[in-house]
Design a protein around this ligand. Structure first.
Ligand code: PGA
Length: 254
């Protein structure tokens, strides 16, 4: 099956159930003719239950726990997400890593749990500004990547997202050259463990201040397979405009 580029919205802690339903209805109606883009909505847990979407629209959760059940106050299991119709789970988002201090070991357990439940993890990696300034970007990314994927034999059901921490919610986007270089080096690193084919085809999304104004140049970078979008995913106009720019790019390419 052909893999289409992904436009995924991460709503973070925004929107009630009612707001989520009307946002999704409005957005889906604006994108009824979309053919070559996979669109993922990433609401908070409470808004997942009442959302019902069909391909090319999917539901994504922002986090999960790795155990199937038990005494884990405040946590949500993968079974609970499957029951809500979730197909994708964002794992290791920079806010989970840096605000909630998730470790690479936890993130790796979550990747396994999501796959075992038949869903697709969107494994996020990204360097902080100080890492970039001290030339540590590559080693930080390689470490997050390889620890996150520990024990995973195939990249077939994996999506990766490169999100430089300094570009998230700041209005600063990584330059085309930086994104190009980083996505390439991620694929080279993957080739040390996985087949050439899987390393070249695993979707790698870019995230960090993506908006309608920069979407076309970013999706045109070889090796960028879509976006993970925060701020611009909260209202229909910019989110649908980004999806249309990605679709346009796909049509021009084929
Ligand atoms: P942003 O967030 O688009 O608001 O920068 C991206 C993200 O956190 O995934």
């Amino acid at each position: 099956m052909e893999k289409y580029p992904i436009v995924a919205g991460n709503w973070k802690m925004h929107k009630t159930t009612t707001e989520g339903i009307s946002f999704v209805q409005e957005t889906v109606n604006m994108l009824l003719d979309i053919e070559k883009v996979t669109i993922i909505f990433g609401p908070p847990f409470t808004a997942l239950f009442d959302l019902d979407v069909k391909s090319p629209f999917y539901l994504g959760a922002q986090n999960c726990h790795w155990e199937s059940h038990g005494a884990f106050t405040g946590e949500i299991s993968t079974d609970m997400l499957v029951d809500c119709g979730v197909d994708y789970v964002i794992v290791g988002h920079s806010e989970r890593r840096h605000v909630f201090h998730e470790t690479d070991d936890w993130i790796n357990r979550k990747v396994h749990a999501v796959l075992n439940a038949g869903m697709t993890p969107i494994l996020c990696i990204g360097e902080k500004l100080e890492d970039r300034e001290s030339n540590e970007t590559q080693s930080v990314l390689n470490s997050q990547l390889m620890q996150g994927l520990k024990g995973i034999d195939s990249l077939e059901n994996i999506v990766l997202a490169y999100e430089p921490v300094w570009a998230i919610g700041t209005g600063k986007t990584a330059s085309v050259a930086q994104v190009d270089e980083t996505h390439n080096t991620i694929r080279e690193e993957l080739k040390k463990v996985y087949s050439e084919k899987e390393s070249n085809t695993v979707p790698i999304l870019y995230g960090g201040s993506v908006n309608p104004g920069n979407a076309t140049e970013l999706i045109s970078v070889e090796g960028v397979d879509g976006f993970l979008i925060g701020g611009a995913s909260l209202t229909s106009a910019p989110f649908t405009e980004i999806a249309r720019k990605v679709e346009q790019h796909m049509k021009e390419k084929s």
